[in-house]
Design a protein around this ligand. Structure first.
Ligand code: GLN
Ligand code: ZN
Length: 763
């Protein structure tokens, strides 16, 4: 029996980001609605045609979106929050986009990370509205593909439990009520598909890869019993990804016709369960064997052997080979990469190349092609592995020995002593004021960088321009009355790219874009080699800024875990060791800054939470090495050198211990957007080092009033020690305008002065 190839989802942005441009020109009013729909349709069909023409047997339909697949699901059920003035029926495009982006009358829905990826989805708000099936999206997608391309697609639907677990606006105790409310609509979707003659549907339940309770497993069983009993001819493929399934036995016993398992990001657990516990003879195994999240080619010869073993575990004809997850998380094609070193480029596979790998693999396992065709992928990987960039012995030995070490890198003195020495050195007032690092990246600054990159400006010209910016902003900060200053990060486009470009072991693609949220795409650096320090990266700008003022200027670095989590990373080394390599390089920069007289150094770790594994049992291990990486970078400094760190977003309650273990002298955290949630979290956990909870949201151009900020400070001081408390905005100010930034910071300083007075009065 033939083994077929399947795709679970395809990047929607397009090889030239045409999807992004289409959305943005529609939003700006340049593209009329009709033409907008036409263009999206042609992009959508183009992607289907491409997958089919490559020889993929099972092509998914309905994975395409106008913004985000979770938002699509909420809109399909008419789950539109009240503030958007929607009165039922098909959700109009302007309401759909208002939910995603907000409008003059209503704030956008919240956006958050899709499992452990860097993709962000729109969080559905359930609240009062009764759900209805406003449109059968999977059916529409199926019909379109059939009518336009004669393609028998496999419709994709976000599973009910995953959808509800990702939603907010209801009490967890009402979960079962919501299941009962939505289940009939899922039944309706399936029955209509069945009537249409659809043979298979893919239902995505990645929630099965997180830590689930017994009750949740009961819920999954209930949902899929009802669904499978409501159809006869339509078969259900329950698709999981991003980890191994938490309860293998229970999952494979679910009343569905096929199970999709991630056999790449499963730490071997799905493989082991398959081998030890077998797989039901009456089910299809959709085996996720090609890594849907990395950018690397697969060693197809090695994979072929695994696939042979898989075939022996399932009934003949019941194996489907797929990527481990939707290809949404990788760039479209390597073809456009013209500037990469050949040895690196040949080892890469983006979405299109991954589909080619699948087709090739299927041909070989089906005896249609000789196994020789599998060798070039292995050879390409071997050539890369042999290249000097991946064999910096010293770095490898250092990172390996740090991974093997039983002791944690530590500052010389404990915080209690460091604190005194630092206070003597810096003599800061109570409630010191500072900012997070960046100041407005104006059009003028971006243009200057372009001119320099294109060679229109000489490096000297550009550097002089950057110095001018620093000078202006040091002056402004002094005038505003801030206590601890920053140079402003004018020389940086991006906090990871900037360092990647100055460290060995990194490469940058020309077109390796992936969707981050909505039309926003990111182009992550590629960490392909051993990471090494090649010389000072931030010393010139920082020292220049410090030369202009008597206030302390904080050096500003991006932390090892954030650099790791926001890059595509090599896979021949454990992530932990790559983090240590970056940390060792950053340590040299920290030491260089210190040697140049910089007394405060901030090492940002906004993405530390993003690497947190989906399973709670794996979190401790990750947090342990993440903390160690930070400490490698920061613990060799003198006791009177003050180490700062910064993190964004809320939800720190489950990692507050790890934050303490970073042993940073001062941490600044986003706070105002999460409406004091973080303050609540400090009611339960004491924090005994310097801490600044952001007193204003930097995501809005609005200038916050003195009163508002005083209120924020008051709330924080109810749970935190005033002698350890700092005053700062939520995050960097690079996306803000100059006027509003200055006005907001003036108010912040004024609010601080008032808060200080209140404190001394009560003292
Ligand atoms: N220092 C960085 C800035 O101010 C921090 C950015 C971040 O937290 N994402 O822009
Ligand atoms: Zn931040």
């Amino acid at each position: 029996m033939r083994i077929a190839s399947g795709s679970i989802g395809y990047p929607r942005i397009g090889a030239d980001r045409e999807w992004k441009r289409t959305l943005e020109s529609y939003w700006s009013g340049k593209l009329p609605a009709e033409e907008f729909e036409e263009r999206l349709k042609s992009i959508r069909l183009g992607h289907l045609r491409k997958q089919r023409d490559k020889g993929i047997t099972v092509v998914p339909v309905g994975d395409f979106s106008y913004y985000d697949q979770v938002l699509d699901t909420a809109a399909m059920f008419g789950l539109v929050p009240e503030r958007f003035a929607y009165s039922g029926g098909a959700v109009p495009l302007d309401v759909y986009y208002a939910m995603a982006r907000g409008n003059a009358d209503a704030a956008a829905c919240e956006m958050t990370k899709w499992f452990n990826t860097n993709y962000h989805y729109i969080v559905p708000e359930l609240s009062g509205r009764e759900p209805e099936l406003t449109v059968n999206r999977p059916l529409e997608a199926y019909r379109e593909a059939k009518a336009e391309l004669g393609l028998e697609g496999r419709p994709v639907l976000l599973g009910l439990l995953t959808f509800l677990k990702l939603s907010k606006g209801y009490d967890p105790e009402q979960l079962d009520e919501w299941i009962e409310r939505l289940l009939p609509l899922y039944v309706k979707i399936l029955t209509e598909l069945e009537q249409e003659g659809v043979r298979w549907i893919q239902i995505d339940e990645p929630i099965l890869c997180t830590s689930l309770s017994v009750q949740d497993l009961g819920r999954i069983y209930h949902i899929y019993s009802v669904l499978s009993q409501s159809v006869f001819g339509l078969k259900l493929l329950l698709q999981t990804y991003f980890e191994s399934v938490d309860a293998y036995k229970a999952v494979i016993a679910l009343p569905v016709h096929g199970i999709g398992l991630d056999l790449v990001h499963d730490r071997g657990d799905n493989w082991a369960a398959l081998a030890e516990q077998g797989f039901p003879a009456d089910k299809l195994l959709a085996a996720g064997v090609i890594d849907g999240r990395s950018i690397w080619r697969t060693d197809l010869a090695a994979l072929k052997e695994k696939v042979d073993r898989l075939s022996s575990l399932v009934s003949p004809g019941s194996l489907l080979l797929q990527p481990s997850c939707s290809l949404l998380h990788v760039p479209v094609t390597v073809e456009r990469e013209t500037k990469l070193e050949p040895v690196l480029k040949e080892a890469l596979a983006f979405a299109d190349e991954k589909l080619d790998e699948l087709v090739l693999l299927c041909k070989v396992v089906n005896g249609e092609s000789s196994a020789d065709v599998l060798l070039p992928s292995r050879q390409a990987l071997e050539r890369l592995a042999a290249s000097p960039a991946l064999n910096r012995k010293q770095v490898q030995e250092a990172s390996a020995s740090l991974a093997a070490s039983a002791s944690e890198p530590a500052r010389h003195a404990p915080f209690s002593e460091r604190r005194k020495l630092q206070q003597e050195r810096f003599r800061l007032p109570l409630l010191p004021t500072t900012t997070i690092g960046s100041f407005p990246q104006t059009a003028e600054i971006r243009q200057a960088r372009t001119k320099w990159r294109k060679g229109v400006w000489s490096p000297e010209h550009y550097e002089a321009f950057i110095r001018e910016q620093i000078e202006t902003w040091i002056g402004l900060q002094e005038e505003i009355g801030l206590d601890v200053l920053v140079h402003g990060e004018f020389e940086r486009t991006d906090m990871v790219e900037y360092f990647g470009e100055k460290l060995a072991g990194f490469a940058f693609t020309a077109n390796g874009w992936v969707q981050s949220y909505g039309s926003r795409c990111v182009k992550p650096p590629v960490i392909y080699g051993d990471v090494d320090y090649e010389g000072p990266m931030t010393v010139t700008e920082t020292v220049y800024a410090q030369s202009l003022t008597n206030h302390p200027v904080k050096g500003m670095l991006t932390g090892p875990v954030t650099i790791l989590n926001w890059s595509f990373v090599r896979q021949d080394l454990p992530q932990e060791q790559v983090a240590y390599q970056i940390a060792l390089a950053l340590r040299q920069e920290v030491e260089a800054l210190e040697a140049a007289g910089i007394g405060m150094i901030q090492v940002d770790e906004p993405a530390i939470r993003e690497g947190l594994p989906l399973k709670k049992t794996l979190a401790d291990d990750y947090l342990a090495w993440a903390v160690r990486a930070f400490r490698i970078a920061t613990s060799t400094v003198r006791d009177d050198t003050q180490i700062h760190t910064h993190m964004c977003y809320c939800e720190y309650h489950d990692m507050i211990d790890s934050i303490g273990k970073l042993d940073a002298d001062v941490i600044s955290i986003e706070n105002s957007r999460s409406h004091g949630e973080i303050v609540d979290c400090f009611k339960e956990h004491t924090y005994d080092k310097g801490i600044g909870l952001g007193v204003y949201d930097i995501h809005s151009p609005r200038v916050p009033s003195i009163r508002e900020m005083e209120e924020q400070v008051k709330q924080a001081l109810a749970v935190l020690d005033p002698s350890l408390f700092w005053i700062n905005p939520d995050c960097g100010l690079k996306t803000r305008g100059r006027e509003e930034t200055v006005a907001s910071l003036r108010n912040m300083v004024q609010a601080t002065r008032q808060a200080r007075e209140t404190l001394t009065l009560h003292a």
